[in-house]
Structure formats: C-alpha cells, structure tokens
Design a protein. Structure first.
Length: 442
C-alpha cells in the first residue's frame, strides 16, 4: 500500500497517478479538511483516509510513503517510519522513474521561476517540444496523464522536493544561488545547502554560479560544467564584458549581445539571462534563437514587475521576493539602474531568517524602508541605521507612506524578504493587492 502524506494539489496529483498505476492508496493529513478533499472523495471513494493528524500505524504499514513537499522528513511520525525502513519519496521521484526524455532540473534560493520559464521559452523557440513543470505550478505527475511525451522537460525544484528525490539523472542540473531561506525547517544553512546539492547527483552537465561558491558541485565535473557570472567570463563561462564602451553578454572571449537589449531589466536579471544561456548551450540550443528569446522575454508576474510611473516615480512589484537573497537582488538590480534611490516596502513572516544581508544594499541604494507584518520590528532593528525606517499597519498605508517618501527619479519597490501568509493568501495575492492599490493612487 502507498500512503500519501499531505493532500493539497500535489497530494491529489499523487493519488491520481498511483490509482492509475493500480496501487492501493491511503491518505493521511494533519488537517481535518485539507485542500482537495472534496475532489478526492468524488474521484476515489475507496481511498482510506486518516485526517486531523498523521496516522502513525498507517504510515508504518506502508510499502512506500509519498510526501507532499510541505511535510518535513523530520516530522516524528515519519522519522519513526524511516527508522523501520519505510521508503520516503515525493512526486518528483515518481516522475523521474517514468521519464526517459532529457530533464533540465533547476533549483536555487532565488530566480528559479524566472530562469525555468526563460529556459522553457528558449527550448520552444528552438523548435523543440517542451513542458515546464514542478515547483513552478504544474504538478509533474499531471504531465504524465498526457499520452505524448515532450522532447525536453524543464523542472523547477525546491529543496523540499529534492529531499525526497532519488532517481533524478538530469541532462542539465542547475544551482543558481544559495542564500538563507526556510531556516524554520532546516537546522542550519549546511543542511539547506546539502538539500540543494542533491540536484547534481548523476547529472550529465551542471550549471552553477561562479559568483557564489556555495553553488559549485563537489566534485566538479570540469568538462561537463558550465558557469555564469556578472563579471568577466572565463573558460566555459558566460558573463558580462565591455565592448565599444557598453556592457555585453558574452561567452569566454566572444561578445554575444548588448546587455541593454535584454528585455528583463536589472543586474540580477542579466545574471538570470546568462544562466539561461549556459543551460541552453549545454543542451545544444542554437545561440541566435536564445538571444532572440532574451530580447522578447518580459519576465514573470510579481518578479520585479513594473507597475506604473507616477509623478516621476516608478513602482515595481517583487512580491515573489520571499527571502533575503531575493530582496537583495531586487534592491541592487533596481537601485543600480536608476538615477534616484529606492523606497523599499518589506516585511511579513521572515521564516526564521537573519536580515543582516539587507544592510549593505540598503545603505547604498535605499532612502526609506516602509515595514509591515509580523517581522517588521526585526527588520527595523537591522535597517534603522541604514536608511529612514517607517512602520505601517497595512499594505495600503505602506503604499501611501512610500508615495510620500519618493521623489522624481526614485523607484518604489515591494520586495518583502518575507513570506506573505501572516497578512495575505500568498505572494500572488500580496502582489495583486499591491498593484491594485498603486494603480488606484490619484
């Protein structure tokens, strides 16, 4: 019997897949009424249910436990079953057992959704069929319900998903960056980084960030490694170089295109573009079509998304910046591209993170930080000697305070460095409310 732990969208996808395989399936969840319960009852009346707490006996009897990503392996009921030899897997593991086509696997603390989507566009524009799935929204097992197979699968993978994945043999494995995140789940950065590095196991090619030592695979594959950097490129490295007084994207000593022609703006997005080029190059995509994709790719909603210009001030929605590293990248990316300063709106549930990495970019680029949410006091303690600090009880009040602080040439940036669930349904809800409020300003 297979036991699915945690229902929701991913858990329901796992149940459907396992039932199609003819497996006997049970579901246990800590919640009395988990998301997807009604759909489960309508589709599979024979699935055994244990709700309102994880069923230890049910889990112990399983020949395999299938975990939703939000369930930690350190949960006592699961640790007890593991000690008895019960295998723990996730939906990515089930997917990898089935797929024989090339997989591009992408992880990182930040920018993985942008790079995953961008690579998917590059593969499509090169004339190859592609499916983009995983942590980005489409559950991978839903992909298997379709009879046809794509030429390439591009998967965004979280550290949670990688913990329960054992059979991944990626054509290209990518680690974009590592910065503090999910420290409410991991005992330390060491364990978090080790979870990310699982992506490199059995990979044919690797792509990593030459500017971030924590992303380097161990051991390095040398002739199968590709790197990216926002500095001058070296051997097997995509980076930035000077040509005719302008910044260009380049490979080794070869200039490829002016950085100004990349449609998504900011130094952090130039790094994302270089990472995507390294990935596409590793699987043999033609360079001209990849560069054309960079000229046309407009980016993702809630990721340094331009909202409007008002009284000489540009407003940006980076609600998906849910950790410190993402906020740092956004502040540096926007701040380095404008004549004025950044007015930052930040705060929410920090997930146990230390905000100290915000200090240097705040000193350099931020004139005022408007703070909201559960960890506003903690943020204020870090930033109060770096820039002006303003407190706000609501997002609307924060927007009004930011509008008052910003002058022509400045930019207002919502990049919370925190999760949203203390005040919103999710980062997308936070971002949508932000855009609605900003567009409503007279």
């Amino acid at each position: 019997m297979k036991v699915v732990v945690g229902l929701g969208k991913t858990g329901l996808s796992c149940v459907r897949y396992l039932k199609q395989k003819g497996e006997k399936v049970a579901v246990t969840d800590t919640r009395d009424d988990p998301p997807g319960l009604n759909e489960l009852l309508e589709e599979f009346s024979d699935v055994q249910l244990a709700l309102g707490g994880l069923d230890t006996e049910l889990i112990a009897k399983a020949d395999e436990v299938v975990l939703s990503p939000g369930i930690s392996l350190a949960t006592p009921e699961l640790k007890n079953a593991q000690s008895r030899g019960v295998p723990m897997v996730g939906d990515i593991e089930l997917f990898c057992r089935e797929i024989r086509q090339p997989i591009i696997a992408i992880t990182g603390s930040n920018a993985k959704s942008t790079v995953t989507t961008l690579v998917g566009e590059m593969v499509h524009n090169a004339g190859r069929s592609v499916v983009v799935a995983g942590n980005i929204g489409l559950p991978v097992l839903d992909v298997l319900a379709k009879p046809e197979r794509a030429d390439v699968y591009v998967l965004e993978l979280s550290s949670f998903q990688l913990e329960t994945t054992h059979s991944l043999s990626a054509e290209v494995a990518v680690l974009l960056n590592v910065s503090p995140d999910h420290l409410d789940r991991y005992p330390s950065m060491k364990e978090y980084t080790e979870a990310k590095h699982r992506i490199f196991r059995r990979a044919r090619h690797t792509v990593f960030n030459a500017d971030d030592a924590a992303t380097r695979p161990h051991p390095m594959f040398t002739e199968r490694d590709w790197r990216f950097t926002v500095n001058a490129p070296g051997v097997r490295t995509f980076g930035l170089m000077e040509k005719d007084g302008a910044s260009w994207l380049g490979l080794e000593k070869t200039p490829l295109m002016p950085a100004a022609e990349v449609r998504i703006k900011g130094r952090h997005n130039q790094a994302n573009a270089l990472a995507a080029l390294a990935i596409g190059n590793a699987i043999g995509l033609p360079m001209p079509s990849m560069l054309e994709t960079l000229r046309n790719f407009a980016g993702l909603p809630h990721r340094c998304q331009w909202v409007r210009e008002r009284k000489g001030v540009h407003w940006y929605n980076d609600s998906k910046g849910t950790n410190v590293g993402a906020a740092v990248a956004a502040i540096e990316g926007i701040g380095g591209d404008i004549s004025g300063k950044v007015v930052l709106i930040a705060g929410g549930d920090g997930k146990g993170a230390d905000f100290v990495e915000l200090r240097e970019p705040a000193k350099k680029f931020v004139k005022a930080a408007v703070l909201i949410g559960r960890d506003a006091d903690k943020l204020a303690g870090v930033l109060n000697d770096c820039c002006e600090v303003v407190r706000a009880d609501t997002l609307q009040a924060a927007i009004e305070a930011a509008a008052a602080a910003a002058q022509p040439g400045d930019s207002v940036l919502l990049s919370p460095a925190c999760a949203s669930f203390d005040m919103f349904k999710g980062y997308d809800d936070r971002g949508t409310q932000f855009m609605n409020c900003v567009n409503a300003l007279p």
